[in-house]
Write a protein that binds this ligand. Structure first.
Ligand code: UDP
Ligand code: MG
Length: 328
């Protein structure tokens, strides 16, 4: 039986480039000796994305559409696509064509050679601004020095994942989803291909620096407890120094008496320790907030409507069924 490939495409306000996207991707898919489907997730777009996707679905039933009830963010949109995809392998790809679909045949070839994961790594970040390059480099350095598993640098979500990787990914229902980390966590034979990432072919990026900062925090906190350890060790060091200093003060007072002095050092110590404590209460708070979010156990996304999934029976959908998701 021919295998099936699923392309997973999260889309948020991408009306401007949807046509380009399909015009470039579909011929490549047609040339593969595989069956295929394209699972598009309209992540609460407020432009014409929904309507355009509906038209493309009508033109070709292999283009399937999931409309989410609102904007959930790329990671969750991708999860929705992953849950409903039925391919033997999936490839998440950005709608803006920054991930060149021309790499797909090569990925499929490596999959055929037995690799479960084929990462597409950016060989350079020339198309990025200086700040973005530097912050990205810093991010990978930090996360890879603390994370429980190595996260490949400069790999986006663009990669091929085999059926068994998808199965594991579907079983991870955490609400804080750092996809790159989850992909890497699963393991299995992995290989890499390199490519040059182009600037967006149209539209604008949805990732402000604030959003990227939060994304970085998400990654570090979801995949590492090192920040908590830093708190413990720093606490240990400062407490030890504090005791030593107290010893010195007591001895000095006993020998030289107690003229009222030392207001500046007192103030410095109070403010320093106050500050350190507040910072680490914040760090602990970040972890507690995530526990709080996880125990609520809310769904990762809410589906408004779907097109093209008629063949799916309610059991086969990872975690959710069309009825659950409000399928009319
Ligand atoms: N995206 C999404 N939901 C969001 C933000 C982005 O589905 O809330 C999609 C977007 O449509 C695109 C992909 O995620 O297909 C990558 O987004 P973008 O190109 O803005 O990110 P960048 O390439 O700048 O990292
Ligand atoms: Mg992009």
């Amino acid at each position: 039986m021919t295998k099936k490939l699923s392309l997973l495409v999260p889309m948020f306000n991408e009306a401007e480039i949807i046509d380009h996207f399909f015009e470039r991707v579909l011929p490549i898919l047609e040339d593969l000796a595989l069956e295929w489907e394209v699972v598009c997730v309209n992540d609460g777009s407020r432009d014409g994305t929904q309507e355009l996707l509906r038209q493309w679905h009508e033109r070709d039933g292999r283009i399937k559409v999931i409309n989410l009830s609102r904007n959930f963010g790329k990671e969750r949109a991708l999860t929705a696509a992953l849950d409903l995809a039925i391919g033997d392998a999936v490839i998440p790809i950005d709608a803006d064509l920054q991930d060149p679909p021309e790499l797909i045949p090569r990925m499929v070839e490596l999959w055929g050679q037995g690799f479960d994961v084929v990462n597409a790594i950016r060989s350079s970040r020339k198309s990025d601004t200086f700040t973005k390059r530097t912050t990205a480099r810093l991010f990978y350095r930090i996360i890879n020095s603390v994370a429980e598993r190595e996260i490949p640098s400069n790999a986006g979500d663009f990669r091929l994942l085999s059926r068994r990787v998808c199965k594991e990914l579907r079983s991870m229902r955490e609400t804080h989803r750092f996809m790159k980390g989850l992909f890497a966590w699963v393991g299995f034979p992995t290989t890499e291909i390199y490519f040059e990432r182009k600037p967006r072919s149209g539209g604008v990026t949805k990732w402000s620096y604030w959003r990227l900062w939060n994304y970085a925090l998400e990654g570090i906190i979801s995949f590492s407890t090192v920040p908590l350890k830093i708190a413990s060790y720093l606490g240990l060091v400062t407490a030890t120094l504090g005791f030593l200093f107290a010893g010195i003060l007591v001895t000095r007072t006993l020998i030289f008496g107690d003229p009222v002095k030392g207001y500046p050092s007192l103030m410095t110590a109070v403010l320093f320790f106050g500050g350190v404590q507040l910072i680490f209460i914040g760090v602990i708070g970040e972890y507690i907030a995530r526990i709080h979010d996880e125990v609520k156990g809310r769904p990762i996304y809410v589906i408004d409507s779907i097109q093209g999934f008629e063949d799916i029976n309610s059991q086969s959908v990872g975690g959710i069924s069309p009825e659950d998701s409000g399928y009319p």
